[in-house]
Design a protein around this ligand. Structure first.
Ligand code: SAH
Length: 414
């Protein structure tokens, strides 16, 4: 700054703070803690906003309502950071917010698990941002360009708080183009110089590879941890089918739990190969070492329908079948069909785990589709057990509760 305090030539004059007003319904939703404001619910804006800029929302009585990150490139135009009393969003505020997410997970994991989620997006107060740890590597996954101006800060905050050896940047399809224009790349290191695509980490003492550079999500489906544990304790002496098996997460837990055989079913040869690598990595485990492990490469929808094979435990965890609201009805129908064909593969006395990760299908709709398929099979079954995300994946609003699972035990004939 010059002595007179004037900005040097060429520096844009500081802009007034971006101020917004919302529709009454959006005001109410934000006041109740909903973290998204859609573009059509903005009523007033004092000027154009930049991507990632801090915006202040005032209510209809001109009182402070909330603060958020402005996102001109998304239908979710404002990503709320805070609602209630006015706050100053400075470096200390961000660091405290990260510390709170870390503190929320105290006691959730022991030393036998070092694959975990530290930050679960909006539900931890970090909109469109996920931080997963795989051993010494952190994966920072960004779902919106609002974080582009804060990448260096994020690396610093995460580095201070968690002391990772490496931080890998992962970008959602929507966010990638903006980051690429700024010179970033999906899968690049933000910290550390290791170049391995895959990292070995522990889940309950089992070792897994996670492809942190190219793998789906951040490389592994950490959200299913509790359901894998449950399968692990229900598999002794049994034949297990893992449909949509990906890298064999459920399969390894079943094998360690004493399953007689585990069959992976996936359309992707790459996924099946990853599961074989994970079995090899755990070969010293007595259960994994003796379980028979088979791989079937096929479209699971077709295979489940036409196969005559039967299993004691059938896991059916397809990818999201409704990426948008318009696909909801079709997805419910597909879950119903999948459940019917999966149930036909379950032996008397056996167990079905049916899971859905489609955010647009509600738990009620999914559970109704599965139980209706079970009734239609004409077989008797016990009270279903319904489960959701692992506890390091908190969900504070409806749209964040995407994962639902139903365990159904089919009773043997009397
Ligand atoms: N249950 C896994 C995650 C499943 S991810 C876990 O706990 O880790 C979904 C998997 O479904 C992917 O591996 C993908 O390759 C596979 N897939 C997608 N469409 C498929 C299809 N039509 N038939 C079989 N597998 C499919």
């Amino acid at each position: 700054m010059s002595l007179l305090g004037a900005a040097p030539a060429g520096t844009p004059a500081p802009q007034p703070r971006l101020r917004l007003r919302l529709s009454p319904a959006a005001e109410t939703a934000v006041r109740r803690g909903h973290p998204w404001v859609y573009a059509e619910r903005l009523r007033e804006r004092n000027r154009e906003g930049l991507s990632g800029e801090l915006a202040v929302v005032y209510d209809r009585n001109d009182r402070f309502l909330a603060l958020g990150l402005y996102d001109p490139d998304s239908p979710i135009r404002l990503r709320v950071l805070h609602a209630g009393k006015p706050v100053t969003v400075d470096d200390a505020w961000w660091r405290a917010r990260l510390a709170a997410a870390i503190a929320r997970r105290t006691g959730v994991h022991d030393a036998r698990t070092n694959g975990l989620r530290w930050v679960n997006g909006e539900s931890d107060g970090w909109p469109a941002l996920v931080v997963d740890q795989y051993n010494g590597t952190l994966v920072l996954k960004l779902y919106s360009a609002v974080w582009l101006p804060r990448i260096a800060d994020l690396v610093r905050w995460l580095g201070e708080a968690l002391q990772p050896e490496r931080i890998v940047l992962r970008l959602s399809r929507n966010a990638a183009p903006t980051f690429e224009q700024a010179g970033f790349r999906d899968g690049q290191n933000l910290l550390g110089d290791a170049s391995d695509a895959s990292v070995v980490f522990l889940e309950d003492g089992l070792r897994f590879w996670s492809d942190v550079v190219k793998g789906q999500k951040t490389g592994f489906f950490l959200d299913q941890r509790e359901n894998r544990r449950r399968v692990g304790t229900s598999a002794r002496g049994l034949d297990v089918l893992n449909a949509f098996s990906f890298s064999g997460g459920f399969s390894l837990h079943a094998a360690r739990g004493g399953a007689r055989s585990v069959t992976d079913l996936d359309i992707s040869p790459h996924a099946l190969e990853a599961a074989r690598r994970n079995f090899a990595l755990n070969a010293a485990d007595p259960g994994v070492g003796v379980a028979q492990h088979d791989s079937v490469q096929a479209d699971a929808f077709e295979w489940l329908e036409r196969s005559g094979d039967r299993f004691d435990v059938v896991i059916c965890d397809p990818p999201s079948l409704a990426k948008r609201e318009a696909e909801r009805a079709g997805a419910i129908e597909a879950y119903h069909r999948l459940a019917m064909h999966s149930i036909a593969r379950v032996r008397p006395g056996g167990l079905l785990l049916a899971a859905s990760c489609s955010a647009h299908v509600t738990p009620e709709e999914f559970y109704a589709a599965v139980t209706e398929a079970a009734h239609r099979s004409g077989r008797s079954f016990g009270e279903p057990v319904y489960t959701g995300h692992a506890p390091d994946h908190p969900a504070t609003f409806d749209e964040a509760r995407y994962l639902k699972a139903a365990f159904l035990r089919f009773e043997p004939p009397a």
